[in-house]
Design a binder for this molecule. Structure first.
Ligand code: NAG
Length: 184
């Protein structure tokens, strides 16, 4: 995303902060919507998984246990953590991915907007959740680091991006299932 694009989002957000605080109570619903549109955009930005990349498939082992925490709050925070990590992955060199630029930008903007809005409400000082959050954060960090290194090792090649896109789809589908069970 260009700096200009980020600036635009920044400006838009500064005008909607009053509204976003209302969303704090409906976070799982909001997260569900972001996941739904992100999944659609992931499909829209490229074709089906290319045959020539089949040999490069990887198993990244998503840490499912981070979404199985007992406190809803911990799960919601883990989901935000996932959004941030996906946003970070998709801010890398996408030149060789050759995806639909418009769908890609919408995908990035959707995640970015969500991250900014939620920072204003969830990530308040909930110190008693600190330890379980830190453990989850580390597990997620490891998982996303593996993807990041995989992309780097393969110089952000077309196939490494396709493998990562498929992985992000699986990850979001799993999060989606969990979030649907969290009714507030
Ligand atoms: C991104 O990757 C392409 C193809 O490998 C390369 O030509 C380009 O210089 C890279 N851009 C950046 C900003 O690293």
């Amino acid at each position: 995303m260009s700096t200009f694009g980020l600036l635009q989002i920044g400006l838009m957000l500064s005008c909607t902060t009053k509204i976003s605080s209302l969303h704090c109570n409906h976070l799982p619903l909001q997260q569900s919507k972001v996941i739904e549109s992100s999944l659609q955009l992931l499909d829209k930005m490229g074709e089906k998984f290319p045959r020539q990349c089949l040999g490069e498939k990887m198993f990244f082992r998503f840490p499912e246990q981070v979404l199985k925490a007992r406190q809803k709050e911990t799960v919601k925070v883990a989901v935000e953590e996932i959004f941030q990590n996906i946003f970070y992955i998709f801010s890398k060199n996408l030149t060789l991915a050759a995806w639909d630029g418009r769908a890609l930008e919408q995908f990035q903007n959707g995640l970015h907007q969500q991250i900014e809005q939620v920072e204003a409400c969830v990530i308040k000082k909930q110190t008693h959740y600190f330890w379980s959050r830190e453990a989850s954060r580390l597990k997620l960090k490891k998982y996303f680091q593996k993807i990041d290194c995989f992309l780097k090792d393969r110089q952000h090649s077309l196939c490494s991006w396709e493998v990562s896109r498929a992985e992000m789809r699986r990850c979001l589908q799993f999060v989606d299932k969990v979030i649907r069970r969290l009714d507030d």
